[in-house]
Write a protein that binds this ligand. Structure first.
Ligand SMILES: Cc1ncc(COP(=O)(O)O)c(C=O)c1O
Length: 452
């Protein structure tokens, strides 16, 4: 039988991933086991509703594997699905010291939207980080649905690249938001959760929410503070970045865990139940149980001691890569990095915009993304910066020696960009770029992508 064209494109993608390096800080490579669960027959099953939460978290895995409990589902045939979802919940709670985990959000965006829906009424205020300073689209960008429903107020960062906590406090007191949200997709410092929690506690009925999509794997590996340990009520995350699971979302919370059937009183203590109702039926339908199974496998991997080493190495590699690039003349936002993520202002450093540099690096097999820097005048399509990081390269086993090599290639490509002057002339340097591409490929093939 003729093979569907899709499979030949998947083969092409396997080659692309194998022969280059992924520097995009929000990407990673899953294990064979995570991939097997994500590609399993669990995709066949409908399971709207929830399993029974009794005994979760902190239950023994064997007990979960044996028990069949009455559930809150709308379809029959759930005996295996229930236990898989309970395993995912239990492991997520243990990993992040949470009272409750909702493992059903299809993505990070869905997770955030469900939390807003769980706690806010239309028109309520949410205080979140300015998108142009490193916040995320789902934190109030006018192009999102949430921004049409809620009133987002933005705090920014300081010239040194840290959160402007004084501004955050001033805005919180002035606007009395229903949610204070700490979260970002381009921020290189460790947030002061304690200070933010202190501010939030002064505002009646204010939910403290952290969107840790980028650093969840560092938290799981003990290399980053956990907002839930500092009085935050809720933590959302994606599961596919540093956490190295399937492409999906997760909501962790502190508070009462109970049947989602009865409509609970709207209190901060009841936030786990309110979240369950906001995910299903509030904002989603049937859960993706194959992806929930893959999340359970990934959480199991993250609970192992090896994951601590992985998280440590992500940070070590990021620090070395940042230091080498500074030596090579790159100006980094915030001066460097305290996590896995680096934001370089290439326009200011070399007069080359982020998109041009991204394209040139693509041609040698080094993938990253152009990104705005705080106060950027280049706009979304010609930003001054590039954003990159080390989670994926660290998964492949690269260490600090290889980070130095990556920095050398990045500088050589930058010199080529400066030499040709404009993006349109990049093909004039094809020979030089091809030579670097061969070097990249040689090293990349020495560090295979795990599940290929
Ligand atoms: C901080 C943050 N929140 C939410 C999201 C959205 O996640 P998803 O793409 O899974 O919807 C992202 C994705 O990059 C993110 O960085």
């Amino acid at each position: 039988m003729e093979k569907d064209l899709v499979f030949s494109l998947i083969e092409n993608e396997k080659k692309r991933e194998s022969e280059g390096f992924e520097l995009i800080p929000s990407e990673n490579y899953v294990s064979k086991e995570v991939l097997a669960a994500a590609g399993s027959i669990l995709t066949n099953k409908y399971s709207e509703g929830y399993p029974n939460f009794e005994g979760v978290p902190g239950n023994a895995e064997e007990k979960i594997a044996e028990e069949i409990l009455p559930n809150y589902r709308y379809y029959g045939g759930q005996e295996n699905i229930d236990r898989i979802e309970r395993l995912a919940i239990d492991r997520a709670c243990r990993l992040f010291n949470a009272d409750h985990a909702n493992v059903q959000p299809h993505s990070g965006a869905n997770a955030n939207e469900a939390v807003y829906w769980a706690w806010c009424e239309p028109g309520d205020k949410i205080l979140a980080m300015n998108l142009g300073h490193g916040g995320h689209l789902t934190h109030g960008s006018p192009v999102t649905r949430s921004a049409h429903i809620y009133d987002f107020i933005a705090y920014g960062t300081t010239p040194e690249g840290d959160i402007d906590y004084d501004e955050l406090e001033k805005l919180a007191i002035e606007h009395q938001p229903k949610i204070i949200l700490i979260g970002y997709s381009a921020f290189m410092k460790i947030p002061d959760f304690k200070r933010v929690a202190k501010i939030g506690k002064k505002i009646p009925g204010c939910l403290l929410m952290a969107d840790m999509a980028h650093v969840a794997g560092l938290i799981a590996g003990g290399e980053h503070p956990n907002p839930l340990d500092f009085g935050f009520n809720v933590m959302t995350t994606t599961t596919h970045k540093t956490l190295r699971g399937p492409r999906s979302g997760l909501i962790l919370s502190k508070g009462n865990v109970a049947s989602p059937l009865r409509k609970p009183e709207k209190t901060l203590e009841n936030i786990p139940i309110l979240i369950d109702r906001a995910v299903f039926p509030g904002t989603q339908g049937g859960p993706l149980e194959h992806i929930i199974a893959a999340k359970a496998v990934a959480f199991g991997e993250a609970l192992k001691p090896e994951f601590k080493t992985y998280a440590k190495n992500i940070k070590k590699n990021a620090k070395v890569l940042a230091e080498e690039l500074v030596k090579a003349g790159f100006k980094l936002c915030g001066g460097g990095t305290e996590n896995h993520l680096i934001l370089a202002n290439v326009e200011e450093s070399f007069g080359v915009n982020g998109k041009f540099y991204e394209k040139a690096l693509d041609m040698v097999g080094l993938t990253l993304n152009a990104n705005a820097v705080p106060g950027d005048k280049g706009g979304a399509f010609r930003p001054s910066g590039v954003r990159f990081g080390t989670p994926a390269m660290t998964t492949r086993g690269l260490g600090t020696k290889e980070m130095k090599q990556i920095a050398v290639w990045m500088k050589r490509v930058m010199d080529i960009c400066v030499g040709v002057g404009t993006e349109e002339n990049i093909l004039n340097a094809k020979e030089e770029l091809d030579a670097i591409r061969e070097e990249v490929k040689k090293l990349a093939l020495e560090y295979p992508v795990p599940a290929i």
